[in-house]
Every structure is written in structure tokens, then in C-alpha cells.
Design a protein around this ligand. Sequence first.
Ligand code: PXL
Length: 434
Amino acid sequence: MIILSIAGSDPSAGAGIQADLKTFSTLGVHGLTVVTAITSQNTRKFSKVKEISVDMIKSQLESVLSDFDIDVIKIGMVYSSSVIKAIYSELKEIKAPIILDPVFESTMGGVLLQKQALPLFKKLLVPLSFVITPNIPEAERLAGVKIRTPKDVKKAAGIIHRMGAKNIVIKGGHLDGKFVTDFVLEENKFYTFSGRRIERTTHGGGCNFSSSLAVSLAKGNSIKNAVKFAKDFSVKSISNSQKVGRGIFITKIGKGDDIEKELSDAISKFTNLKNMFKYIPEVQANFVFSKPKPKSLNDILGVSGRIVKAGENLIVAGSLKYGGSKHVGSAVLEMTKKFPSIRSAMNIKYDKELIKKAISKNYSMLHYERSTEPVTTKTKEGYTISWGIKNAINGTTKPADLIFHKGDVGKEPMILIFGTSPKQVLGKLTKIVT
Ligand code: PXL
């Protein structure tokens, strides 16, 4: 699969040609690029634009078109009338579907399409597009109407359709509301997709939407499924966005957080383990996974809430959050100080039979006595477990698979299972509970 992106360069790599290329390679397709303009910008400021000469744009296009069988072409920032004419003259007879993402202004306020170039954009590029993906302000400028309601969106989509775009996706993020609704006019069918709104100013979401749409269409999906895919992909990139520079967040595409993925995979397997409800303590369970070398609980992902038993089922009551688990998180924080490879743990009810099974599996086991804990730590919320783990591993040279205590007045006895990853912890657990 080969996709060509014709777009501007963004040195912060949040948007533009750099973002497109990241999307393409993340989704496993080969991306080609033709640069139309170079911007200088970062997460705080848009500085300058310099367009590429007509001769050079044509030459880049000829280079890629003469060599590759391109499945889909995406057009982003085009900046000026002369760039538009150059692209038009090279693409007017092309068979590959064109996804046109009309970008007029950058997140930081820079001009990405000169005002005087808009009529030519509408006349030459809009009719070439198989799908056009404006947001609300872009749709307003293309259609020449004000958009305040879904009815206005429908009207604008109709105007853009008559301008020559085959299919229109208007991204509704700029309309008010708790949810974001995107509007699709596919041939003569009008339908919508709604999703949650993420309250964060980010850089790159629009480019991620149109480039993932291009990939999904290239893979042969219907417009409806491709829009759905692109919406999920770009929303995820926004919710995973990171403060990489000193200003606004940059969207992060790809797998997102591996720590989160590994932990949630293990938790979902854990909740499906047969008879596991028998081993959930009264204080319920948690399962955590730490970033390497955690500095505090905020580097340790856990269930904010608990994994609770509901009859014979287990339910994850809460969501995964860094700093989400105080108790199991503190245990890992203490363990990893001495044994950095140990980054995951979970707690279950103390049960003699489980200890016997662990012995038969040759697990390395340690324990501590809660009754010997000094009053100074006992009275501080969350300190008991750190004290206990520190106490248990004091003098050992090898990390333990399992650390337990048999409780104290009003304190439930507990087993903690440790491992290098949630998968390993789950493996150790499975061997003793089944
Ligand atoms: O997100 C639209 C966009 C596209 N291309 C370039 C950009 C931006 C937004 O800032 O800078 C080069």
C-alpha cells in the first residue's frame, strides 16, 4: 500500500507532512511526500512560511508519480495560488482517490492558505477530491455560509458537494456541546458520528484524521468505516497527546502507552480467571505496572478504584490512572528501589493453601509481621505497606515472587505477587490459584 501526502512541513512534527508520515508508518503503509511549503513553528509560536517553487513542486510530483503505484493521495497545506496550479496540472487526470484536507490556518494562528488563493482552491482542488475533510470554520469559508446548527452543516455540505467534492466529512469539534459530532455527506446520504469531547488544545488532530482516513480508504474500507476508523484514531491521538515542548500538547499517534496496554490486557485476563472471586480480599484488589525507575506513585499505573468482587464475578471499578493505587503502588515503589526489574504487582487474600502451592512451585517467598510495625508509620496512611516491603526484603539479594503478612488487629492478611510485568505476575498467580 502506498500513500502520497502533498503538504507543508511542520518542524514541531505535530502536524503537516511529518504527522502524515508518522500515521502512515504506524498503520503499516509506505508514505511518499511532496513538500509544498516550509513553516517555522513550535508549540508556542508560528513564525514564518516559505512556499516551494512551482518548478520544484512539479518535479517532486513527477518523481513520485512516475515510479510508484499510488493507492491514495492526501493533500494538506497548499498555501498559494501558484502551488494550487502546480498540483492541479500534475493531478488533474490521476486515477487515485484524493483526500483533500483544507487547512487554512494553523493551530497557532499562522496562515496556511493565502486569502487570495481561496477561489482557486475551490475551483481547482475541491472538484478533484474524492473526500474533503473541513472543520466548521473551514466549511464556512468554503461554502460561504455561517454554521451554528446541524442544519447549517447540512447546507454547507450541500454547497461543497455542488462545488465538485464527491464526499464531504465536516468535523464538528468547533460546535458547542458535550459531544463532538462529525457530519458525512456520502453521495446523497447524510449521516453523523458522535464521540466524547476531549477538552484540550492540541496540535495535529486534523492531520491525523485525514491521513488515517486516507489509509483506511486505501485498504478498501467503505467511507463510513473509514470515517469511523479515522475518528477513533485521531481521538486516541488527542487523548494520548503529550506536552513535548513548552506550549500546547502535540498529538501522539500509534500504540499509545504500552504500559497501559499491557496492564489492561492482564487485568482483563485476571477478571476472567475462574474462581478468582474466592481470592479477592475484603479490601478488594489492585493490579499495578510501573514505568521504569519510578520516582513516585505518579509513575505507577493502577486502578483508580479497585478490582472488586460482585458475586462470583470480578469487576474493574474505576479506570487506569498513574498514581491510581496507593497500597499496591507503594509496594512496587519500595520493591523496585532495590530490584529495578520488578515493576508489577497485585494483591490477593492470604490463604494457607495458596502459600502451600507457592512452596510446591518453588516460589521465592518473604513475609513481614504487621504487629511489629512501629507506631510512627502505622498511623500514616499508606506507609504501612512501604514499611512492610522494606522490612521483608531487607537482607535478601533476590527479588521475591510473593510477599505476605498474616494481618494484625483489624487488618486483613494479604499476599502480594510481584513480577517484571503484569503478564509475569498473572502467570505466577495462575499457577497457584488454578
Ligand atoms: O493541522 C493543519 C496543519 C497542516 N499543515 C501544517 C500545519 C498545520 C497546522 O498547524 O502547520 C504545515
